[in-house]
Design a protein around this ligand. Structure first.
Ligand SMILES: NC(=O)c1ccc[n+]([C@@H]2O[C@H](COP(=O)([O-])OP(=O)(O)OC[C@H]3O[C@@H](n4cnc5c(N)ncnc54)[C@H](OP(=O)(O)O)[C@@H]3O)[C@@H](O)[C@H]2O)c1
Length: 286
């Protein structure tokens, strides 16, 4: 039995679907009352558990052989990863944990909370004695759908400086994860999942402009101005500060490495940003 947490999300829903298509026994863990339930058939078991509820996690992980551990971005995300790992230990079955982390987790960057939470989760996992594998994706192409309104107005304005980022498509992340989950022999591996090339945000804006067939101009917003803008737009401070930290990592060029791991795991090259943009032209064009 493969148990998938975060199962209604951008990556998790595709992981569940990929495992189901391969005929794997899969249990999707959803938050109680989740509205995002995908339309899975009877061949996908469901369990309800909040990451903050150890008893519910015990029930959700019962009988697990493998766990895809994906938690949402949240101030308690490190504790959430620990809670799932502890519940896996309590099963007494030594399930294999495939930790969905973030690119850079092995470099342990200081002051980048979204990555730091996964560093803490991985440390806890190593100490647990459970067999483990890490998939560590770079930023997702799909994040740009959240900026579609600005792109429609001709602007890509983020605090990304002049650093290049090897953004990856969430579908390729899920496909790579499915290979790890359904396969064997990945113990102790950390797979860094990136797209096929690193592009600056200026180059990403050019790719978007080509798709919408009108100018899209990148503005490298100063970090303090970006933070003020997010707070004014109603972002929670913890998340807004985390975004600025992450873009600082990008601006410094620390997310520019291109990894062969998507192709190595799936047997096909990862999708490019231009392909993603073209597929979502309607959203970016308006
Ligand atoms: N976005 C990126 O560019 C990027 C890049 C690298 C790594 N990551 C990592 O990827 C992860 C996020 O993946 P994603 O974008 O696929 O997630 P997502 O789309 O935000 O989905 C989050 C999932 O977690 C569930 N969830 C939220 N809070 C929960 C709780 N308290 N208890 C149980 N389930 C809960 C959600 O269920 P509901 O249906 O109830 O909402 C949903 O299924 C994070 O760990 C992040 O650090 C993201």
């Amino acid at each position: 039995m493969i148990v998938v947490t975060g199962a209604t999300g951008t990556v998790g829903a595709r992981v569940v679907e990929g495992l189901r298509e391969r005929g794997e026994a899969v249990r999707a863990v959803v938050r109680p009352g989740s509205k995002g339930l995908a339309e899975w058939g009877d061949d996908v078991e469901r369990a309800e558990a909040d990451f903050a509820d150890p008893a519910a996690l015990d029930a959700a992980l019962a009988g697990a052989d493998t766990v895809y551990l994906l938690v949402a971005v949240h101030p308690e995300m490190a504790a959430h990863e620990r809670n799932v790992i502890d519940a896996a230990v309590r099963t007494g079955r030594r399930p294999r944990i495939v930790l969905h982390a973030a690119a850079g987790v092995e470099q342990r960057p200081e002051g980048v909370r979204f990555v730091g939470a996964h560093v803490a989760g991985l440390d806890h996992l190593r100490a647990s004695g459970l067999p483990w594998t890490v998939v560590a994706p770079n930023g997702f192409h799909q994040n740009f759908l959240g900026m579609a309104e600005a792109v429609r107005a001709g602007a890509l304005a983020v605090p990304g400086g002049a650093g290049a980022v090897s953004y990856v498509d969430a579908r390729d992340v899920a496909a790579a994860a499915v290979e790890v989950l359904a396969g064997a022999g990945h113990e102790g591996a950390v797979y860094t999942l990136t797209g096929p090339e690193a592009l600056t945000h200026g180059e990403l804006a050019e790719r978007l402009a080509a798709v919408v067939d009108r100018p899209v101009t990148y503005t490298a917003v100063p970090p303090e101005q970006a933070l003020a803008g997010m707070l004014a737009a109603g972002w929670q401070p913890w998340r807004a500060e985390g975004m600025v930290e992450l873009y600082g990592l990008y601006a410094a060029g620390h997310a520019s490495a291109v990894s062969p791991d998507v192709a190595g795991l799936t047997g096909r090259p990862p999708r490019s940003f231009a392909e993603f943009a073209a597929e979502h032209a309607a959203a970016f064009r308006g």
